[in-house]
Design a protein around this ligand. Structure first.
Ligand SMILES: Cc1ncc(COP(=O)(O)O)c(C=O)c1O
Ligand SMILES: N[C@@H](Cc1ccc(O)cc1)C(=O)O
Length: 462
């Protein structure tokens, strides 16, 4: 932040034109609701939630320009005008040549994984993401984490915790052989690390290394503008570069991208796969008709594609991104002032509570983050999400739980939805739970589905 900006308050760069009432049910009702939901915040009904910080995915408020765009939906089965607008926006702002629309991010992950990964391959990446890793595994690959060690330490204040450890990456390539590495998976603003950015300096080195071995880079660009904002703030030489140019430069260092447009790009549904390689693009275009829809809509309505094209433009506006990440920083700083242990530095899309440190009396088998998320809901109706041992799932070979170092509860902020007053209420509730932390007892599994278990598992008190 520049010094003149620090002196003055900032306000959201929009005014509110339409409102959606929220309601808070009583503590007794919340206790009942969480028990009925098997202590899983994903299983709560949204009508029982007061402030919903479960996710920033598809939960943002669209602008009046996006809603106006919705009225221009060309709902033709083939060749919708809105697809061409979307394609143009992706080519202009991200620089990728070819676009395959999908219903959301995991649709794109499915296609790229099936097309590029063979049985026995290894896919290095800067920390796993649940759906991305699962699609890599379902295609026969094994994900290998090559993020820097600092990313696994919530206290470490490295400014670019999503950086790739180049030695880890090169060692893997040497050990397994470049022909068993179909691509390197690089996420911007790494979700599971706490919304942490990768630097352009590091990405350029990853590019050099992968060029040496002729390995492509596939970019999970779900929160690329948020990553660009941190580059502008923290990476020498980028202070005066417009966000849109930083975004473009990031994308130019990669060969293709999967996008969950429900985040950065400010829509409630949508995604795409973007590719530079024409051959691969043709294969992806053929596959999308099997799983998503025709190659000019891929599961989205025409109006959704129009809203997305406009959302991409808005996502790289300086005022927007500064306020978006600024609101997350505001909540994070409040919690730090209150002495609550959170992941540092504060991330781009949410504040991540360090459940391991908040509930040190619970072992990982007592599911501290799941327990903390349930306790927070009971305190105030604030809905958050577990990001720890439950999210990490089981090792496919041994059947044992994966035990990640990070045991976190994510307070994820939807874009343009809540005000600073909501953030104050959230902070006070976290503080209240933190003060009573010693009374909180753990949980155990009651029901566990096979895939992405955190969405649908049920738990009971131990
Ligand atoms: C970093 C990241 N990648 C991929 C995805 C998958 O996207 P979607 O939820 O749109 O399928 C998400 C969210 O789920 C995400 O946060
Ligand atoms: N990508 C969304 C939705 C989601 C949540 C958890 C997941 O593990 C997968 C998907 C998010 O990060 O909030």
């Amino acid at each position: 932040m520049k010094s003149d900006e620090r002196k003055r308050s900032w306000a959201e760069p929009y005014k509110i034109k339409m409102v959606e009432p929220v309601r808070m049910i009583s503590r007794e009702e919340r206790q009942e609701a969480i028990e009925e939901a098997g202590y899983n915040t994903f299983l709560l009904r949204s009508r029982d939630v007061y402030i919903d910080l479960l996710t920033d995915s598809g939960t943002s408020a669209m602008s009046d320009r996006q809603w106006a765009g919705m009225m221009l939906g060309d709902e033709a089965y083939a060749g919708s005008e809105n697809f061409y607008h979307l394609e143009e926006a992706i080519q202009k702002f991200y620089g990728y040549k070819h676009v395959v629309p999908t219903h959301q991010g995991r649709g794109a992950e499915h296609i790229i994984s099936q097309l590029m990964i063979k049985e026995g391959d290894f896919v290095p990446g800067n920390m796993y993401f649940t759906t991305t890793k699962l699609h890599q595994e379902l295609a026969g690959g094994t994900f290998v984490d090559v993020i820097i060690d600092e990313a696994h330490d919530p206290e470490n204040e490295h400014p670019f915790k999503a950086n790739v450890d180049l030695e880890k990456l090169e060692r893997l390539i040497e050990e397994k052989g470049a022909d068993r590495i179909p691509y390197v998976s690089i996420a911007t603003s790494v979700n599971m690390a706490g919304g942490q950015p990768i630097s352009l300096g590091n990405l350029k080195k990853v590019r050099e290394l992968t060029d040496k071995y002729d390995i492509p880079i596939i970019h999970d660009m779900t929160r690329v503008a948020e990553n660009a904002y941190f580059i502008k703030q923290r990476e020498p030489g980028y202070e005066d570069v417009p966000i849109k140019d930083i975004v473009h430069e990031i994308c130019s260092l990669t060969d293709g991208a999967t996008m969950s447009a429900k985040k950065d790009a400010l829509v409630n549904i949508g995604g795409f796969l973007a590719l530079n390689d024409e051959e691969l693009f043709k294969l992806a275009q053929n596959m999308v008709v099997v799983y998503e829809g025709l190659h000019t809509y891929g599961g989205m309505a025409g109006r959704d594609m129009e809203a997305l094209a406009i959302g991409i433009t808005e996502s790289v506006e300086e005022n927007h991104i500064r306020a978006r990440v600024g609101q997350v920083q505001y909540l994070g700083e409040k919690l730090l002032d209150m002495g609550v242990p959170i992941v540092k530095p504060i991330g781009s899309h949410g504040v991540f509570l360090n459940a391991r440190k908040i509930l040190p009396h619970l072992s990982q088998d007592e599911l501290p983050a799941q327990t903390l998320a349930a306790a927070l809901y009971v305190d105030s109706g604030v809905r958050s999400m577990e990001r720890g041992v439950v999210s990490a799932g089981r090792n496919h070979e041994t059947g044992e739980h994966n035990y990640p170092e990070l045991e976190l509860v994510r307070l994820t902020i939807p874009r343009r939805v809540y005000t600073q007053a909501h953030m104050d209420v959230v902070a006070e509730s976290v503080e209240a739970v933190y003060k009573n932390r010693e009374e909180i007892t753990g949980l155990e599994f009651d029901y566990e589905p096979e895939y992405l278990r955190f969405f649908q598992s049920r738990f009971k008190k131990r």
